[in-house]
Design a protein around this ligand. Structure first.
Ligand SMILES: Cc1cc2nc3c(=O)[nH]c(=O)nc-3n(C[C@H](O)[C@H](O)[C@H](O)COP(=O)(O)OP(=O)(O)OC[C@H]3O[C@@H](n4cnc5c(N)ncnc54)[C@H](O)[C@@H]3O)c2cc1C
Length: 311
């Protein structure tokens, strides 16, 4: 079988591309190297999203579930744990090779976001030793943290949002290395109105314990402070790994992102790209912009494949 479109990545961009492709009745396969949902499930499943139109607030995991359900109900074929390795030119078609097999497609939409991303580490004593035993990079589900003392590290939207979620069920402290947060003003206002203890201008020195984390030591104004902690959540950013793109003969920026035209086309005929993986002047990395680009990418893929008389 030769699919009309193979979409690489099942984050918000890839799932939106799938929904639009099926509305054009294109045979559609979506491949993801991990789980459906992209950053929403892998990086911040418990966080509330406050800027997704149509929902005052929606938990990231729930938004992902809704997109997944819509893409499936419209007839997208979706395969998880299937990392794409190469995209080669075949006779009149593209050959997509994954860790599990090979697929034929008339067009491809690349929506791999930040690639195989990983949370950034603090690099302090105790961090690796206690990972999974009181050190986490994602906030566990609320039910699992009731009664635990949570210390959140970070100063962006995500760290504050997760701290607010934690604070709704347990005692929470937030530690930030600067005097001000870099999160949205409305998020900082919610933090100020909460009971969360803020420890500003403070750096993490060590994570301490015997079998599990018992406390963290931070330094502030030259003094060391010990904060009793059962769960240290480190939320200081993500390292992207976009090595896959280098193997796909796509023209990249010096930052390693895919160069796209205004129509989300790449340098390779029949291959379009969208979402966090692309770069153009004025690019913004948000869910809504990723979805808008996905819409354009797949409509252009449709024109490329079906060549409708009006295109
Ligand atoms: C902590 C945090 C909080 C955020 N909060 C918000 C918010 O509140 N509102 C908002 O609008 N935006 C927010 N964002 C940004 C938003 O999550 C991204 O802009 C969005 O996820 C981009 O979607 P995407 O589909 O392009 O990429 P991703 O969500 O990164 O999805 C890409 C998918 O591609 C897969 N993939 C990677 N490589 C391969 C491969 N070789 N083969 C197959 N699959 C592959 C990955 O497994 C992943 O599932 C936040 C980001 C972070 C990090």
């Amino acid at each position: 079988m030769c699919y009309d479109v193979v979409i690489i990545g099942a984050g918000p961009a890839g799932l939106t591309a799938g929904i639009y492709a099926r509305s054009k009745m294109m045979s559609t396969l979506i491949l993801d190297s991990g789980r459906v949902g992209g950053q929403l499930v892998s990086l911040y499943p418990e966080k509330g999203i406050h800027n997704y139109p149509g929902f005052e607030t929606i938990q990231a995991r729930k938004l992902s579930d809704k997109l997944y359900a819509q893409a499936e109900s419209m007839g997208c074929e979706i395969k998880e744990n299937e990392k794409v390795e190469t995209i080669d030119n075949g006779d009149q078609e593209l050959l997509i090779t994954t860790v599990k097999g090979q697929y034929h497609a008339k067009s491809v939409v690349v929506a791999i976001g930040m690639g195989s991303f990983k949370p950034k580490k603090m690099g302090c004593p105790g961090e690796d030793e206690f990972e999974g035993r009181g050190v986490a990079y994602l906030l566990p589900p609320k039910e699992e943290i009731i009664g635990k003392k949570v210390t959140m590290f970070g100063g962006g939207n995500s760290a504050i949002d997760m701290a607010l979620v934690a604070d709704s069920v347990t005692d929470t402290v937030i530690v930030h290395r600067r005097a001000d947060f870099r999160a949205d003003e409305s998020t900082v206002k919610d933090l100020d109105a909460s009971g969360i203890r803020k420890v500003m201008n403070a750096n993490l020195v060590s994570i301490n314990g015997t079998d599990r984390v018992e406390s963290v030591t931070v330094s502030q104004d030259g003094q060391e402070i010990v904060i009793p902690t059962d769960l240290a959540v480190i939320n200081i950013g993500i390292s992207a790994d976009l090595e896959d793109l280098k193997r796909w003969d796509l023209e990249l920026t010096k930052e390693g992102l895919v160069k796209v035209g205004f129509d989300m086309s790449t340098n390779r005929p029949g291959i379009f790209a969208c979402g966090d993986a692309v770069a153009y002047d004025g690019k913004v990395k948000q869910i809504t912009t990723a979805m808008g680009e996905a819409t354009t990418a797949v409509i252009m893929a449709h024109k490329f494949v079906k060549k409708p008389y009006w295109a």
